[in-house]
Design a protein around this ligand. Structure first.
Ligand SMILES: [Zn+2]
Ligand SMILES: [Zn+2]
Length: 121
């Protein structure tokens, strides 16, 4: 089993600590890459967005490191804003790019910094 539930901080919407979380994939930030963990309700929300994106058929493969107009998948949930692809989210054999706007990237960067500073034993 590649994916295991663990206890930790949910990086997505609820931002709970000590939640039951699942590893979703690495997120690359300027300060390094950190594992993205999310709890079950947030994963369901992400999966719903993923399904919607796949149904719309608007899951292009944006090039990494390139800003492209798209929907921000994180907190602000704006659509048609400049976004950067941070990584891919894979669930159930389907993969979608995780595109995030500048403001949410800043927010994620803070989390990456905190996560990198705190290395659990
Ligand atoms: Zn959560
Ligand atoms: Zn955003």
């Amino acid at each position: 089993m590649r994916r295991r539930w663990t206890t930790g901080r949910c990086w997505l919407w609820c931002e709970r600590t000590a939640a039951r979380v699942l590893w979703l994939g690495p997120v690359k930030g300027e300060s390094g890459s950190a594992p993205l963990y999310a709890c079950e309700p947030c994963i369901r929300r992400l999966e719903a967005m993923l399904r919607a994106a796949l149904i719309r058929g608007t899951v292009p493969a944006p090039r990494r490191g390139r800003w492209a107009a798209g929907a921000c998948w994180l907190w602000c949930e704006r659509i048609d804003v400049p976004t950067l692809m941070l990584g891919t989210v894979e669930r159930g054999g389907q993969e979608a790019p995780l595109t995030v706007c500048d403001a949410c990237i800043q927010r994620l960067e803070d989390k990456v910094r905190i996560a990198l500073a705190y290395v659990p034993a």
